[in-house]
Write a protein that binds this ligand. Structure first.
Ligand SMILES: [Ca+2]
Length: 252
């Protein structure tokens, strides 16, 4: 976060000048202050698992976007009969009093932001099985640990495969359904596998009979605003002034 770097630098410069003839204790105090800033600096994206009326850990809050993502398989769990819940079926449950009241389908740009910015897939390397990296595979594992998956197989001996196969709203007026597929697993040698992100064409979506998950989102009720820059700068100045005062008092 740029503002935190700026605050770091300002505090460091100010305090360094004041402590140029310093004692060991005050130097330690400076390092402590910088470490405190480092620890309190917001992460690039915070993904927080939360409980909801759908069950334990069924919501993932992305503090970067302020969106709450419902586990992709929740609509499967909430279905009452086979065949599995379709896009149109879920749409019919989004209104007041429906099973997914308050939610809407995520649009493609929101799905991409979740994958590439928040979970850390590389949009280039994750687009092909030939180029996926270990980071893409790890991102797939993190994604499924938070948003769940729609199909899974246990191969025994610690080896498993999981698939997250979910639809979103691609805002196509001819039929607003898009779908995304990610595979993740661990082979018998304990190596991560998968990590490829595949966006389906609409045609494939409408013809696919496999069960889909659903990317449903709602705005969070939790305030995810970062502290204003002015108060961060004021905090840094106050801490620098505190060091200055201590140095004066110690007669340095
Ligand atoms: Ca979850």
């Amino acid at each position: 976060m740029k503002i935190w770097n700026l605050v770091f630098f300002s505090a460091w410069t100010a305090a360094k000048g004041l402590l140029s003839v310093n004692q060991h204790r005050q130097k330690m105090c400076l390092w402590f202050m910088l470490a405190a800033f480092s620890l309190s600096s917001p992460a690039q994206a915070s993904l927080i698992s939360m409980n909801s009326t759908y069950g334990v850990d069924t919501i993932t809050l992305d503090t970067d976007t302020g969106l709450e993502w419902l586990d992709v398989d929740t609509a499967l769990t909430y279905q009452i009969q086979y065949p599995l819940r379709s896009y149109n079926d879920v749409v019919s449950q989004l209104g007041v009093g429906g099973l997914f009241d308050g939610f809407r389908y995520a649009i493609r740009s929101e799905v991409e932001a979740l994958l590439y910015s928040s979970f850390g897939f590389d949009p280039v390397t994750s687009s092909s099985s030939d180029t996926v990296t270990l980071a893409d595979k790890s991102a797939a594992g993190s994604l499924m640990s938070m948003l769940d998956y729609t199909l899974g197989w246990d191969h025994g001996g610690g080896s498993f495969s999981k698939v997250l196969d979910a639809v979103f709203d691609d805002e196509n007026p001819d039929g607003p359904v898009g779908a995304m597929y990610v595979f993740f697993g661990v082979d018998h040698s304990n190596n991560l596998t998968g990590g490829k992100v595949s966006f389906y064409s609409q045609t494939y979506t409408s013809s696919n009979t496999n069960p889909y998950g659903h990317f449903l989102v709602r705005p969070t009720a939790i305030n995810v605003e970062e502290p204003p820059a002015t108060s961060l700068a004021a905090l840094a100045l106050a801490m620098a002034f505190g060091l200055f005062w201590r140095a004066k008092k110690a007669g340095v």
